[in-house]
Design a protein around this ligand. Structure first.
Ligand code: A3P
Length: 329
């Protein structure tokens, strides 16, 4: 698994971009469609996605969190980290108390293969101890071959589309201003709704993203674990047990009776994480405020923003997109 210094030539990236379908989010932000999904055209992310896709070498022991943006990635990262590292330190010395979850479980196509030097560089990946924990927003079909065909495991988190949409709207405000300037009129919830339903959103279309991982989880249950934000809210203990079993570190009856699971839940609760100094100030990748990853953390917040008519439309779309999959939100 030698990791050499890797890149993709700029000319090749530009050539490829030119050949891909283009559309504009809100008539303003250029998106390109690569292998069926949208990427922001004017950032380095597309290039680093290609580098990651071509050069990453998975280990059988790797554990990879996968998600569509704003579906509970930060939560799953913190839960997975605390499950896997629970024998390495007492809870009151957990690295989660002093690091943002995104610093402990880095995003492959952006943090690691991008130019953000606060993260492990690609050529150092082979020196990381096992199990390595990573994250990706890429759809299943675009993942590097070695992730698909090695023994590494994927934990996908999904969330109902309307809460995801509201969460995106809040999260995107500042980055959109930075990208498009103060004069740019921020999209309303109605604008987001239209773009989201058209699938025209970075990493979208949403339902295709979810369904790809859902199908993999049915066909290869030991390879892909499919989790839902709503289930985690409803019964965190049960879901945490699923996570621990899936990664091969099940909770013992002793641990369970000693309250270990509850402690991890408490540690990773939004109220706890939100209150930590490590998550209150500072930025990630020069753009995203660390605190912006912790907003309300509720199920059904969409009812405050989305009209019944919009909800009805989304339900129709959802029925159509999830038809015969056995999946619902
Ligand atoms: P809201 O904007 O609805 O509050 P992601 O981590 O994928 O970016 O998703 C962010 C969403 O997850 C936000 O939703 C955020 O508040 C919520 N979230 C973050 N940490 C959480 C936690 N520990 N428990 C529950 N929800 C959490």
């Amino acid at each position: 698994e030698e990791e050499t210094l890797v890149t993709v030539r700029d000319e090749e990236v530009e050539q490829l971009k030119k050949s891909l379908p283009k559309e504009f989010f809100m008539n303003k932000l250029e998106l390109i469609k690569y292998q069926g999904f949208w990427y922001l055209a004017d950032t380095d992310l597309f290039k680093s996605t290609l580098i990651f896709q071509r050069h990453f070498r998975a280990r059988d022991s790797d554990l990879i969190v996968a998600s569509f943006p704003k579906t509970g990635t930060t939560w799953l990262k913190s839960l997975l980290f605390s499950v896997v590292n629970r024998f390495n330190h007492p809870n009151n010395q957990s690295p989660l108390l002093t690091n943002h979850p995104h610093e402990l479980v880095c995003r492959l196509e952006n943090d690691i293969y991008g130019n953000a030097f606060d993260y492990p560089r690609p050529q150092h990946l082979s020196q990381l101890p096992s199990p390595r924990l990573f994250h990706t927003h890429l759809p299943y079909s675009t993942l590097p071959e070695s992730i698909k065909f090695s023994g590494c495991r994927i934990l996908y988190i999904a969330r109902n589309p309307l809460d995801t949409l509201v969460s995106i709207m809040y999260f995107a405000m500042k980055p959109l201003k930075m990208l498009l300037g103060d004069d740019f009129q921020l999209p309303s919830i109605e604008d987001y709704f239209e773009e989201f339903c058209a699938g025209r959103i970075a990493h979208g279309p949403f339902f295709e993203h979810v369904v790809e991982y859902w199908k993999q989880s049915l066909e290869h249950p030991n390879k892909v674990l499919f989790l839902k934000y709503e289930d985690l809210k409803e019964d965190p203990t049960l879901e945490l047990k699923r996570v621990a079993e899936f990664v091969g570190m099940p909770f013992s009856p002793g641990e369970e009776s000693e309250g270990v699971i509850k402690e991890l839940e408490e540690m990773c609760s939004i109220n706890n994480l939100k209150g930590l100094e490590a998550n209150k100030s500072g930025v990630i990748n020069k753009i995203y405020d660390k605190k912006s990853y912790f907003r309300k953390g509720e199920v059904g917040d969409w009812t405050h923003y989305i009209t019944p008519a919009m909800a009805e439309r989304m339900n129709k779309l959802m029925e159509e997109k999830l038809k015969d999959t056995g999946l619902s939100f």
